[in-house]
Design a protein around this ligand. Structure first.
Ligand code: GDP
Ligand code: MN
Length: 348
């Protein structure tokens, strides 16, 4: 039986779907990454159909689906039917979706009740916190992503409203970009009361990990004393997995994980990725994909260039960049100056 299977693996009809086989033509080792629940099958199908129609039917980049419980057969069949690209389904290891031993679970529970009362978004949800922690520090360590260098995150019920007539993965690679976004917003401060002080503490303990050329000035209006709340909205991300796997990003994540705010507060993966990227990368390694039409309720990015708009179904006036709340998006386009780590550390 074993032998029969190994023959099957080399069958020509299977190879056709594997862009990384020796005959493959993919210029970038890249995949879509999706964390999703079985119940979200139909919303997920809408997203995959959209990305196929607008982009991937011409490229066939593979899809990696992850879940904290096993995917149902119904889910797997429903997704596979939409694409001829390779699709793999994986489960998340328990250590990546549970409480680390230093977390006081009773206190975490009290804090959830407290935050629910304060009206914090997802304040009462335990699973949301595991999700945010997983996306902040673990998805890129999953064995199914081992052979890839770049990822493109998608979620259920997102809309791609324009033809994407170039390869964003290739763009990232050729231009040495480590993090790409479409929408940047202000974070709700009641989800992250002590995040910034922990970021500062990380910098104090690890100044050697923070490069002189950084994008810190995007995160703060007072040279580091306080966080301005700007973050890249992480339901869309195109990123370099090797950046997230780097010593400095992992040290940053582990520092935050120890501090407990994923459970005692409700730190989102969006501010964590964003602060990590802006603190550890120079501006030229972070890119606003202003030309990608993208919507995740209630915000959207819609290109403003009339020629590109011809292949879009969004209204350019609806773009988040016109809204005061998304001023962070526009700030990105301004000339960002670095904040030397010594100055950052001493700001208060
Ligand atoms: P929002 O966009 O912040 O409102 O949060 P979502 O509910 O969209 O969750 C973010 C992503 O994580 C989506 O892709 C969800 O499908 C996924 N997700 C959230 N909670 C869970 C969970 O408990 N299990 C799994 N497998 N996926 C989850
Ligand atoms: Mn979502």
């Amino acid at each position: 039986l074993q032998e029969n299977w190994s023959w099957l693996k080399t069958a020509p009809f299977l190879k056709r779907f594997d862009p990384y086989s020796p005959e493959g033509t993919k210029p970038v080792r890249a995949a879509f990454v999706i964390l999703v629940r079985n119940e979200e099958l139909y919303k997920m199908k809408a997203s995959v159909q959209g990305i196929e129609d607008r982009f991937n039917k011409k490229h066939n980049y593979p899809y990696v689906f992850l879940n904290d419980v096993p995917f149902t057969e119904e889910f797997e069949i429903g997704i596979r039917a939409l694409t001829k690209a390779k699709v793999v389904f994986g489960q998340i290891p328990k250590e990546h979706w549970s409480y680390p031993e230093w977390i006081d679970q009773e206190f975490a529970k009290e804090r959830r009740a407290q935050m629910a009362e304060e009206g914090v978004f997802y304040g009462s949800s335990e699973s949301y916190r595991h999700m945010c922690r997983f996306n902040s520090g673990f998805f890129f360590q999953h064995p199914l992503l081992r052979d890839y260098d770049y990822y493109w995150r998608i979620e259920p019920e997102v809309k791609y409203s324009c033809d994407i007539d170039y390869d964003p993965f290739l763009y990232m690679k050729q231009n040495n970009i480590d993090y790409g976004f479409t929408i940047a917003l202000y974070e709700y401060f009641n989800t992250i009361p002590t995040l910034w002080q922990n970021v500062k503490q990380f910098a104090i303990e690890n100044p050697h990990l923070i490069p002189d050329r950084n994008s810190l000035s995007w995160l703060t209006n007072d040279k580091g004393a306080s966080y301005n709340g700007c973050h890249f909205w992480s339901n869309f991300e195109i990123g370099n997995l090797n950046f997230l796997r780097s010593e400095r990003y992992l040290a940053f994540f582990n520092h935050l994980d120890r501090a407990g705010g994923f459970f005692y507060e409700r730190w989102g993966d969006a501010p964590v990725h964003s602060i990590g990227a802006a603190m550890l990368l120079p501006p030229e390694r972070i890119h606003w994909f202003s030309d990608i039409g993208y919507k995740h309720n209630p915000w959207e990015n819609c290109p403003q260039d009339p020629e590109r708009l011809l292949k879009c179904s969004c209204d350019p006036l609806d773009s988040a960049s016109h809204h005061y709340y998304a001023v962070c998006t526009l700030n990105w386009s301004k000339n960002l100056t670095s904040i030397p780590v010594s100055e950052f550390i001493s700001s208060s």
